[in-house]
Design a protein around this ligand. Structure first.
Ligand code: NDP
Ligand code: GDR
Length: 358
């Protein structure tokens, strides 16, 4: 069997790094696009790095950007991939309200640029395409739970940009016969989740509080509910979609929903603390039942101009057609993230102690 070649945009992100690891494990040659940055941005893939002078390296990085058509065409031309996974995006919903035009450019137009690169280079018969679509497209939800036929109603510039990317992927499939699939993925997390998404923000803060490095955690909407799974399971689903004879769109989700408040409670439980809530709205606080100390406060700065109140996915189609199922429970997810962030907080504390004693 000939070795397959994959190109991943967003390889330095949470999913990109996990997917690169998965594909390398399956024997693929993997090419990733990384952005030029003034500081290091490859921490999640450094362990995959191979000296290009070594015998038969299989992991390669290329500088690039989804806002740069000629760059994308050149990379696709040079790598002639069998599979392209478009995971690159300005992926933070709150930030998309601050940078709506850039978000539309990278997340929406970026997808079009990649599809056009495939078309211009006449690779449409040989190259399969995965688009990182999102449950944020359901936004103000029209049905509970959400599946592949639920109408979309995005609530942010991010959701709207991703909706364009979703439909342009469907359109290239229908217009030109592309093997192009959308994975409509619900929130997925893990120890390498970006630090400003709510789950990782919580687990890092709880670990820092436990180690005496931080007094309190500030959050926005505590009542938002999400269907949280583990990213490890979800990258497996991306790969499965591209192994099908016929391209299609699939929801990946756990089918279970929890609030931000529950996530906070569960994270503190991992360090033996019980949180009780008092007050309401911006005055609400989360208090340590044992000591009476306020450990959680609300800061309206983290409220969004328009909120997605709840998301709950129905992954039946992926279960039936791909044989995909999530394997990590909510409780196990929080525990794994807490253990990882506790280890990191202990190291930070130790480093501070060493520094203080010279
Ligand atoms: P991350 O934010 O962790 O990673 C995003 C990646 O995209 C990073 O590698 C980032 O580079 C890169 N990137 C950002 N802007 C550009 C650009 N203009 N050109 C090229 N690359 C760019 O996201 P996740 O790994 O969590 O998510 C992967 C994809 O899946 C995203 O498209 C996201 O929108 C989507 N998604 C995520 C879900 C989740 O719950 N995680 C759920 C549903 C969809 P850098 O490292 O330099 O910032
Ligand atoms: P989301 O993830 O917007 O669902 O997008 P995020 O973790 O940012 O927010 C989830 C919910 O928590 C509420 N929230 C807070 N969020 C953040 N970031 N910080 C806070 O302090 C805070 N307090 C409460 C939010 O209001 C929201 O309701 C993620 C991203 O990975 C997207 O790229 C992806 O498409 C979707 O998941 C599915």
């Amino acid at each position: 069997m000939t070795q397959k070649r994959a190109l991943i945009t967003g390889v330095t992100g949470q999913d990109g790094a996990l997917l690169a690891e998965l594909l390398l494990g399956k024997g693929y040659e993997v090419h990733g696009i990384k952005r030029r940055s003034s500081s290091f941005n490859t921490a999640r893939v450094d362990h995959l790095y191979e000296d290009p002078h070594a015998d038969h390296p299989r992991f390669f990085m290329h500088y690039g950007d989804l806002t740069d058509s000629t760059n994308l065409i050149r990379i696709v031309q040079e790598t002639t991939p069998d599979e392209i996974y478009n995971l690159g995006a300005q992926s933070h919903v709150a930030v998309s309200f601050e940078t709506p035009e850039y978000t539309a450019n990278s997340d929406g137009m970026g997808t079009l640029r990649l599809l056009e690169a495939i078309r211009i280079l006449k690779l449409d018969k040989s190259c399969r395409f995965y688009q990182a679509s999102t449950s944020e497209m359901y936004g103000k939800v029209q049905a509970i739970p959400q599946n592949e036929t639920t109408p979309f109603y995005p609530r942010s510039p991010y959701g709207a940009a991703k909706l364009y990317a979703y439909w342009i992927t469907v359109n290239y499939r229908e217009s030109y016969g592309f093997h192009a699939s959308n994975g409509i993925l619900f929130n997925h997390e893990g120890p390498t989740r970006g630090e400003t998404f709510v789950t990782r923000k919580i687990t890092r803060a709880v670990a820092a509080i436990e180690q005496g490095l931080q007094p309190c955690l500030f959050l926005g909407n505590l009542d938002a509910k999400r269907d949280w799974g583990h990213a490890r399971d979800y990258v497996q689903g991306m790969w499965l979609m591209l192994q099908q004879d016929v391209p299609d769109d699939y929801v990946l989700a756990t089918g279970e929903m929890h609030s931000v408040r529950e996530f906070v409670e569960r994270a503190f439980q991992c360090v033996g603390r019980t949180i009780v809530w008092s007050g309401s709205g911006v005055e609400e606080t989360g208090v340590d039942a044992g000591t009476g100390t306020v450990l959680v406060r609300v800061d309206p700065r983290y409220y969004r101009p328009a909120e997605v109140e709840l998301l709950l996915g129905d992954p039946s189609k992926a279960q039936q057609r791909l044989g995909w199922k999530h394997t990590t429970s909510f409780e196990a997810l929080v525990k794994e993230m807490m253990e990882s962030d506790l280890a990191e907080a202990r190291m930070t504390k130790l480093a501070g102690f060493r520094h203080s004693i010279g």
